[in-house]
Design a protein around this ligand. Structure first.
Ligand SMILES: Cc1cc2nc3c(=O)[nH]c(=O)nc-3n(C[C@H](O)[C@H](O)[C@H](O)COP(=O)(O)O)c2cc1C
Length: 215
């Protein structure tokens, strides 16, 4: 049996107090993201995104945060992927940023909406060319016969686009922004007496309410 299954790590002494958090949870999130980055957390902008499939069942997968401000948390993906279809059918989402090495996690709940085409265009244009070609070639989440068949699709796109021409953003590829209604900051503490501070609001126009949750 892997040793980790029986391990009981006692988390640190670093407290998270009500007086320490910014009044605005987006500002607090950006502070913690900065600290995760400075602490060397691998891919600190990676989160687990949970969605509700069109048939009502849950699904989770990792995606990268590409922007955050008062408009929400921005991610980019294929609108025709499983997650894209799920988000268009049921926009309610949950996100987890699992920053284990700093004994922290942030849990967000909110509503996802497609970003403006201009936002998707700007981000797509900034991606490495290989990633642009991949976005065109891959019908994300659909089965394919083999790795060779996938690489064949990539070569077809490369030939079609031409070596020096810019790659146009596929219409079904772009951004979502998650407008949060709940953001929980979790700090691991000793003996499982963790600190949990959760900001909630009824909707994007309301003010935030802060409360402490039992661990
Ligand atoms: C670290 C990491 C980052 C990822 N970032 C993204 C991303 O930003 N966008 C994306 O579409 N898929 C991303 N993926 C791939 C997704 O986890 C997933 O495999 C893919 O989006 C298809 O998911 P779906 O079939 O549920 O739609 C990432 C995977 C990992 C492990």
């Amino acid at each position: 049996m892997p040793e980790s299954l029986g391990r009981h790590t006692d988390y640190g002494q670093k407290p998270l107090n009500e007086a320490d958090v910014a009044a605005d949870p987006i500002a607090q999130f950006v502070n913690w993201l900065d600290q995760a980055e400075e602490s060397g957390v691998y891919e600190p902008n990676a989160m687990v995104l949970s969605t509700i499939d069109p048939d009502g069942l849950p699904s989770s997968r990792t995606v990268l945060l590409r922007g955050v401000d008062q408009q929400g948390l921005r991610i980019f993906t294929s609108y025709s992927s499983d997650k894209g279809r799920a988000l268009l059918a049921h926009p309610e989402v949950a996100l987890v940023f699992p920053w284990y090495t700093v004994q922290r996690q942030v849990i967000v709940r909110g509503t996802a909406m497609a970003t403006d085409a201009a936002v998707s265009d700007a981000y797509f244009a900034a991606r490495p060319r290989g990633a642009q070609i991949a976005a065109v070639a891959s019908d994300q989440s659909r089965p394919i016969a083999s790795r060779e068949a996938l690489e064949h699709k990539v070569r077809d796109v490369e030939e079609r686009v031409g070596a020096d021409a810019p790659v146009a953003r596929p219409e079904d590829w772009g951004g979502f922004r998650v407008v949060p209604t709940s953001i929980e900051f979790w700090q691991g503490r000793t003996s499982r007496l963790h600190d949990r501070l959760r900001f909630t609001r009824a909707d994007a126009a309301s003010g935030w309410h802060l409360e402490r949750l039992q661990p």
